[in-house]
Design a protein. Structure first.
Length: 392
């Protein structure tokens, strides 16, 4: 137990602009989250920031509010760029920022992402957006065609920063950062931030303010985590049993491979479940349709690869299944973090089979996760496996 004074969480103390306050009221937010309390003033004051806070604790508004409050509406150049790893997240952040800007006429926010027609995006840029939300590849493409110019950008946000600084993205992100003025504010947000990130961050940030909301107590996402020994086709049977026993209607299932995603989705449908799937080989139009359908509750189970693991915020996802153990430990946290968002309850179930014992132990240890080993009772309910001590 800590003796620290509880932090007073109030939007009043943040001295927000009336346009922001009105938007927050419209969105139904009455109290800021801890990361919002800490990050909003730092970002607004122009500091470079590296911020770590658990999944589902409102990081988008933590950078979105100061971005909007600092815009200069007399300037027609791009002033802020938000860079993120997936197309789905790009659209979601754009929506969130547009909601926050509901009372700021004249503010334009444009999403730039792969898979959408170039012409659509070139036309959108003609609106002279102040904020561009982008996946790196397409942004560089548009920069190359001189459709986007970052020479007057004063803030770059890297959402899911640790992912953006990994091998797959780092080269593109470097190019983007180099296209902005040398004194551009660089702001990084993620639920997981590794030492490597801090090293790269050090290159691009000056006197960065480090903010960390620890995942404990009230800030810990409320997710009951289970591990179930189940392999082969048994996994599907067990998943269906659990879904029926707990009467789940909003579920995400993560698989490591696209082929598994396809199979699991097809099998679920064959068993009469309403399911759809998301992975990198699906056309962009289809991907957008699937995400929109899932958000609206048009089907109950979304089966996906890790394209949907980071950042995606769908209201009230009740459960996350790890059909396979993720290849990377942090992805465990990101995947299960699709549930238990904004103080809601969630559950996660991770399937493991013989040979996975080491991986499971590693996930537990590295992510500091409290995962209960269970078997399934005949009614499909979880039965805790006695720990070694209890068994003795
Ligand atoms: P993160 O990026 O930390 O995973 P998000 O920014 O996606 O989290 O926010 C998670 C959810 O919490 C969203 O549905 C968002 O609308 C909601 N949210 C954000 N800030 C608040 C707040 N101050 N009060 C209530 N809900 C909030
Ligand atoms: Mg986020």
């Amino acid at each position: 137990m800590s003796n620290e004074q509880p932090e007073i969480l109030s939007f009043d103390t943040l001295d927000l602009q009336p346009e922001t306050t009105k938007a927050l009221e419209k969105m139904g937010f009455t109290t800021p989250t801890p990361i919002q309390m800490q990050a909003i003033p730092a970002v607004r004051d122009g500091y470079d920031v590296i911020a770590k806070a658990p999944t589902g604790t409102g990081k988008t508004c933590a950078f979105g509010i100061p971005l909007l409050e600092c815009l200069d509406l007399n300037c027609t150049d791009v002033q802020a760029v938000v860079v993120c790893p997936t197309r789905e997240l790009c659209l979601q952040i754009t929506d969130d920022l547009r909601n926050l800007a509901a009372f700021r006429p004249g503010v334009h926010i444009v999403p730039v992402y792969g898979g959408q027609s170039m012409n659509t995006q070139i036309n959108a840029m003609k609106k002279k957006p102040q904020i561009v939300v982008a996946t790196p590849g397409r942004l560089l493409d548009l920069m190359g065609r001189r459709v986007v110019w970052l020479g007057n950008v004063y803030t770059v946000v890297l959402d899911e920063a640790d992912e953006m600084l990994k091998m797959g993205f780092i080269r593109d992100v470097r190019k983007i950062l180099h296209a902005t003025p040398a004194d551009t504010q660089v702001v990084m947000f993620s639920a997981t931030i590794s030492r490597d990130v801090e090293d790269v961050a050090w290159e691009y940030q000056r006197d960065a303010v480090q903010i960390e909301v620890e995942s404990k107590g009230d800030n810990r996402p409320d997710i009951r985590q289970y591990a179930l020994h189940s392999s082969g086709s048994q996994r599907l049977t067990d998943m269906l049993k659990i879904i029926d026993a707990l009467d789940l209607h909003r579920v995400m299932v993560f698989c490591n491979r696209k082929s598994t995603v396809r199979q699991v989705c097809a099998q679920l449908k064959r068993q009469g479940k309403s399911a759809d799937c998301l992975h990198g080989d699906i056309s962009q139009g289809q991907r957008n349709q699937v995400m929109a359908g899932y958000r609206k509750g048009k089907f109950e189970i979304l089966v996906a690869t890790d394209v949907a693991a980071r950042g995606i915020d769908v209201d009230d996802v009740e459960a996350v299944f790890n059909y396979d153990i993720p290849d990377e430990n942090e992805y465990y946290l990101h995947r299960i973090g699709r549930t238990g968002r904004a103080k809601r309850h969630g559950i996660s179930v991770t399937f493991w089979s013989v040979g996975d014992e080491f991986r499971m132990r590693d996930v537990r240890r590295r992510t500091h996760s409290d995962i209960t080993d269970v078997t399934l009772g005949p009614d499909g309910k979880f039965v805790p496996v006695p720990t070694e001590e209890e068994a003795e």
